[in-house]
Write a protein that binds this ligand. Structure first.
Ligand code: PEP
Length: 261
């Protein structure tokens, strides 16, 4: 199919981070499920902590709302204390967030490790949501393009060409995560254009046009429309606001901004 005819389904994912154990996760998923199911034109993904995946899975089964993990290891099994294998997520989750800046920053994840995890996700039938983003000091030193280029080339190397179109990339400037200071829509659009150009170079124009690219960083119901209105931004990865019923409004406004509401 020619790139001009590719229609990307918007995707909004809620990263609950280290919030909501099984019982709270069950209750919150139950509370927001009705609102989310009323907006099927956007792909909606809930990413609870690993211990709460089965509880949320039971709530959303058959609803069309998708389940994502926040991380995983790349080995299928073995002596890796505390880790979760792709084989354990297979059949339970649709998505897995990889290379979140908190994983990169607090747990030392490198592009090479994120790449191994991304390849494993594809190998085990999970769709990776791969996060990239620059630090404030990178942006201030005009290094954003260089940092993003390194992360994209490193984290997204050697992907199976026939699967690249399934990939989701989240552009999350680190200085915007959890700070209440979102990027401007123009800044986000500029970096998303860099990401698509790199994907085109690596995997061809059609694949680059098919990949969904989210914005993440202090997204709220009040600002999502600015981002979702941009043709090259396909939704959002949401942290703090995904812990509240506001998440439903973020999905709804994404649909409206895309002309699907
Ligand atoms: C995130 O953790 O991916 C994120 C974007 O967080 P927040 O929305 O809270 O900035």
């Amino acid at each position: 199919m020619s790139a001009a005819f590719i229609r990307r389904v918007p995707i909004v994912a809620g990263n609950w981070k280290m919030h909501y154990g099984p019982s709270d996760a069950h209750d919150f998923a139950t509370a927001i499920l009705g609102g989310l199911t009323s907006i099927p034109m956007v792909e909606r993904v809930l990413c609870p902590p690993a211990v709460s995946l089965t509880a949320v899975h039971a709530v959303i089964a058959g609803s069309g709302v998708r389940l994502g993990a926040q991380n995983m290891y790349f080995e299928p099994r073995g002596a890796y204390t505390g880790e979760i294998a792709p084989t354990m997520l297979q059949g339970l989750c649709d998505y897995v967030i990889l290379g979140h800046s908190e994983r990169r920053g607090y747990f030392g994840e490198t592009d090479e490790l994120v790449n191994r995890k991304t390849l494993a996700a594809f190998a085990y039938g999970l769709t990776p949501i791969v996060c990239v983003g620059e630090r404030l000091e990178d942006r201030d030193a005009n290094l954003t393009e260089r940092v993003i280029t390194e992360q994209v080339r490193g984290s997204l190397a050697n992907l199976p060409p026939e699967r690249v179109a399934e990939l989701v990339v989240a552009y999350e400037p680190i200085w915007a995560i959890g700070t209440g200071r979102a990027a401007t829509a123009q800044d986000a659009a500029d970096v998303v254009a860099i990401i698509r150009a790199l994907l085109a170079e690596l995997y061809g124009a059609d694949a680059a046009q098919a990949v969904r690219v989210q914005y993440g960083g202090s997204v709220t119901a009040a600002n999502i429309a600015e981002f979702a209105a941009l043709p090259d931004i396909d939704g959002a990865l949401v942290g703090g606001a995904s812990l509240k019923p506001e998440f439903i409004e973020i999905v709804r406004r994404t649909a409206e901004a895309k002309g699907l509401g």
